[in-house]
Each structure stands twice: as C-alpha cells, then as structure tokens.
Ligand binder design. Structure first.
Ligand SMILES: *[C@@H]1O[C@H](CO)[C@@H](O)[C@H](O)[C@H]1NC(C)=O
Ligand SMILES: *[C@@H]1O[C@H](CO)[C@@H](O)[C@H](O)[C@H]1NC(C)=O
Ligand SMILES: *[C@@H]1O[C@H](CO)[C@@H](O)[C@H](O)[C@H]1NC(C)=O
Ligand SMILES: *[C@@H]1O[C@H](CO)[C@@H](O)[C@H](O)[C@H]1NC(C)=O
Length: 503
C-alpha cells in the first residue's frame, strides 16, 4: 500500500531530481504512518501534506481514503439520561462530500429493489396509503432533513426493531445529507403480511410496508434484517465481524477433510423444520441433525454455538423456520456445499442465488426431503471438484457481494427509490421522538452496547453509493425465475431416477 501511494504521489516529478522525490515520499509516509498508528487527526495530516508540497496542484493521490476519513465517536454525556433530547446538535456532518469519485455498478441483486417497489411505480404513494399500513406496523420511521424520528406501535421480539433502526441510523452516518425525506411503516414480525390477493387488479392501492422478507403471495417491501448489526440475545455478532470469522473458519478444515455428510443445527421446533428429523441418520440418509437449545446455550455462554467453528462438514443444510432464517448467509459462507431446502420466503439478496451455481436445491416435500439430501451428498462425494466449486461460489457470493458496503447501498437505493414515489412532504408524526446513535447506545450495557458500537459507522463515506441500474423488463425477470425453476425440476428428476435405481 505504501509503495502504491508513493508511486501515485511522485509521478509528476519523475523528471526532476530524484532526491526531492525521496524527500517528499518520506514526508508523506511519515504523515501516513502518523494517521494510521499515532491517532494524529487525519484531516490535519492532509493539511500537513499540502503544506509540505507547495504548488502541488497536479499531484494525484489515487488512494486518499485513509488521509481524508475522519471519525466521529459517540458524544455521550451524563445529562442525556434525563432528557428525551439526546441527540447532539452541530456535531455530526450534515452533508456528504466524497473525495473518491470513482463509480461502480451495484450488484445484480439490487434489481429486486425495483421489483419490490413496482406496485407503486406508476401512481406513487400517498400519506393515506402509508397510514393504512399502520395496522400491521411495529413502528413508523420518518427522516426529515437528515434527522430520524420514530414512533413505536408495538413491541418487537427481543431488540429486532432497535437494531433495525440502528442500521438506518448508520446509513445516515455513512451518507449524511444524501437521503431524501421519507416516511416508512415497518413490520418487524416474522412473516410478510400484505396479501397480494387482497389487491388483485389494484396493487397500486396496497399499503407500502417494509419487512425483513417476502414471498410470492405478498407485497411487503424487503429490507435487510437486524442481524447485519448483531443479535445480542443469542450472541451472534454483526455481519462485518462474523463474515471475517467465517472466512477464517473456512481455512481451518479443507473441504476434502470435512465430514462427508449433510449437517444442520438449529431450533427444530419452528415451522416445517420438524420434517427434517426423519432424515437424521448418517447411515441411511447421510444427514445429521442437531438441535440447538438457545436457553441452554445462553446459560453456558454460547460455547458450542460459535458459527465459525461449524465449517467442518462438506454439506450444510439451510431450512427456513416460521419465515426466512438469518442463518442463510452463515450457512452459505462456509465453503461447504449449501443444500437449500427450497424456501418459501426470500430475503433481499437471496432471490439472486442460483441453484447449481451457488447451492444445491433440495425438494422441501416431506416425502422427498431425505431422498433429496442423500442424493446430493452421494453426488458431491462422487464429484468432489464440482461440489467444491458450487460451495465456493456460494461463499464468494456472500463474502464478496453481501459486504456491509453493499448492504448499506441496498438500503440507500431502496429508501431513495421509495422516497421518490412519495406524493407528499413527510412531517414528524405527533407521537414520534427524534433518535440518533447517541440516544440508542449511550445508556446501553453489555452486548447490547458492544454490538451497537462494533457495528457503528465511524464517519461519512468518501465514496458515493454504487450506481443503481434501471428496472429490468418484466420478461427478463420472468425468464430469470423460470430458469431457476427448471434447474430445480431437473435436480428433482435426477433424485427420482437415482432413488429408483438405488443410487
Ligand atoms: C437524573 O434524574 C434523577 C432523578 O431525578 C437524578 O437523581 C439524577 O441525578 C439525574 N441524573 C443526571 C445525570 O442528571
Ligand atoms: C417518546 O417520548 C415519550 C416521552 O418521553 C415516551 O413516552 C415515548 O415512549 C417515546 N417514544 C418512543 C418511540 O421512544
Ligand atoms: C385482506 O383482506 C381480509 C378480508 O377482507 C382482511 O381481513 C385482511 O385484513 C386483509 N389483509 C391485508 C394484509 O390487507
Ligand atoms: C440425531 O441422531 C443422533 C445420533 O443417533 C442423536 O444423537 C441426535 O440426538 C439426533 N438428533 C435429534 C435432533 O434428535
């Protein structure tokens, strides 16, 4: 990194005395190291460099990130505890001035933003429509001039709602001043609730409601769930940190040395998962099912639930519970071949996972489930190169496309596109209070505090969000989905044939 920086700085001087180059380079490196390791405020360092290089207009610094970025720690004061006004004024920047003007295209899965907002694309969204979503909402969140206000309607399970709002507050810290005013209703339960069948032929009248997952029968707008910022109640840290742990976990046991059967661990009492128990036999079905008792784990301090220690099987099963499960990204990140029991619900990114490219599809029908698992394991143990390739592709998807940068950009574009549809100027609802990172973190303790701080955006980004592509033709989306169905059917065919011949 150092040499790259020196190279970028020195090129305009190449024809001058090389001693000068060396002198400036050393100065720069010293300033750079200063910002890195000695906590010298980085803006001061930038000024230092400008001063050290008089008339340095033609200098191009290709990697200015580290020099320009400034951190804004929380401003917690004891007085805050007794007032509702806990948000420091005139502290955090209200505008956003990126220094890195490079652009990049958003990942392919951002196309679902347009699909989710499609019902309202032509006629827009009125205040009445937003307020009609209230009967299902857990909270309403309003952004006005970069400030966040929320009104709580009902209690969410554990702290899902709070961590969801934390994520939105971090988005505003990342791109201050960039998000337009908006007004959203958020449903923080499990299953999506705005039934399509209630709005057949007049979907544009449906109440817009944000939620963590969607399915083919509902119109809920899919938003990243709280687990990206952490789930303190069960000690699952935020995605940034966990993603790193899982990448390390991947290196501990090479795929060929992993246990050659399918593995699942979780709470089997939820939803349809009970049907997995019949497959619990490494001899008959090449499958092992372990139950996770969260009460017990909580008592034992989660010693046996470290996700990064669980990358020891060649095949890992994903099965949804009452709705989507936050575990999908953890299962995919293991370099194991992910066996996805075809889900009913989707998260914002999962609609772009492709069977036989990123995962192996498993038939969810209870009569075919065990056969389907066994077939996949036998196939993988026979075709180890191909199985590893799919496993790696799934991990690469979550490791490289599901970065926190992209999660924030997805939220940004979704909220930005949504705000464009509003046909009114949002105002602060009477029951809503302002909130900010300080209000949400200063008086927390334990993991509740730690996870918030660990997953806090330190300062404004120095880059713009990625470039969102326009909506795709409906025909293209349909072809995309049809293709996935046909791959699933093909695999079902192999299983049926294989089972008939005793393969
Ligand atoms: C907050 O209010 C309580 C009760 O009125 C008082 O005892 C306490 O000292 C106050 N704390 C601060 C930091 O002002
Ligand atoms: C807003 O503040 C009022 C008064 O302090 C409080 O009763 C209410 O619970 C707060 N609402 C939220 C969503 O925090
Ligand atoms: C759908 O329609 C039914 C029957 O009219 C109604 O009870 C229900 O609340 C509606 N649900 C939604 C999500 O709009
Ligand atoms: C699955 O089978 C193993 C081995 O027979 C057993 O130890 C385990 O408890 C079973 N799992 C469940 C969820 O019953």
């Amino acid at each position: 990194m150092h040499s790259k920086l020196v190279e970028a700085i020195t090129w305009p001087f190449k024809r001058r005395a090389s001693t000068i180059i060396l002198f400036y380079a050393i100065l720069l490196i010293a300033a750079f190291i200063g910002t890195r390791y000695m906590n010298v405020p980085s803006l001061a360092a930038t000024r230092l460099i400008r001063k050290a290089l008089p008339g340095s207009k033609q200098i191009t610094i290709t990697k200015p990130h580290i020099l320009e970025k400034k951190d804004f720690p929380l401003q917690c004061t004891p007085e805050m505890i007794n007032t509702t006004q806990t948000c420091p004024s005139n502290y955090y920047p209200t505008t956003f001035n990126p220094t890195d003007l490079s652009t990049r295209m958003c990942p392919e899965y951002f196309k679902w933003i347009h699909e989710d907002l499609q019902p309202w694309r032509d006629n827009g969204i009125t205040r009445e429509m937003v307020e009609a979503a209230r009967e299902h909402a857990f909270f309403r969140l309003v952004v006005i001039d970069g400030k966040v206000y929320w009104e709580k309607y009902r209690d969410a399970y554990q702290t899902r709602d709070v961590f969801t709002i934390w994520g939105i507050l971090q988005l505003l810290r990342l791109y201050p001043g960039k998000l337009p005013d908006l007004d959203i209703m958020f449903e923080a339960g499990d299953v999506p609730v705005v039934l399509k069948s209630n709005y057949t032929g007049h979907e544009s009248n449906a109440p817009p409601l944000f939620h963590y997952c969607g399915d083919d029968d509902t119109l809920d707008i899919v938003f990243p769930d709280w687990s990206f910022w952490g789930w303190p109640e069960i000690n699952i840290k935020g995605w940034e940190g966990l993603k790193k742990d899982l990448a390390e976990g991947n290196n501990r046991v090479p795929w060929m040395n992993r246990l050659p059967f399918a593995f699942w661990k979780g709470n089997a009492d939820m939803g349809d998962r009970i049907k997995l128990l019949q497959c619990n036999s490494t001899d008959q079905w090449k499958t092992q099912i372990a139950t996770q008792d969260w009460d017990q784990e909580t008592k034992l301090g989660f010693k046996s639930s470290n996700l990064a220690d669980q990358c020891v099987h060649r095949y890992k099963i994903y099965i949804e519970g009452i709705a989507w499960s936050v575990s999908e990204k953890y299962i995919l990140a293991c370099n194991s071949l992910a066996l996805l029991v075809t889900p009913k619900w989707y998260e914002f990114f999962t609609r772009s996972l492709i069977p036989m490219k990123h995962f192996w599809p498993i038939n969810p029908d209870p009569d075919n489930l065990c056969k389907s698992l066994k077939f996949a394991v036998n196939w993988g143990n026979k075709h180890t190169e191909k199985a590893q390739k799919i496993g790696r592709a799934g991990s690469k998807f979550v490791q490289e496309q599901l970065t926190m940068d992209n999660v924030y950009d997805y939220m940004f574009h979704l909220l930005n596109e949504y705000a464009k549809l509003l046909k009114y100027k949002p105002t602060v609802p009477p029951g809503a209070n302002e909130t900010c990172s300080e209000g949400m973190a200063c008086f927390q303790e334990g993991l509740q505090r730690q996870f918030r701080l660990d997953n806090m955006v330190k300062g404004p980004s120095n880059k713009n969000p990625c470039d969102l592509q326009p909506p795709q033709e409906p025909q293209l989306i349909k072809t995309f989905l049809d293709k996935q169905d046909s791959v699933r059917r093909r695999v079902d065919g192999w299983v049926a044939k294989g089972s008939a011949t005793g393969d």
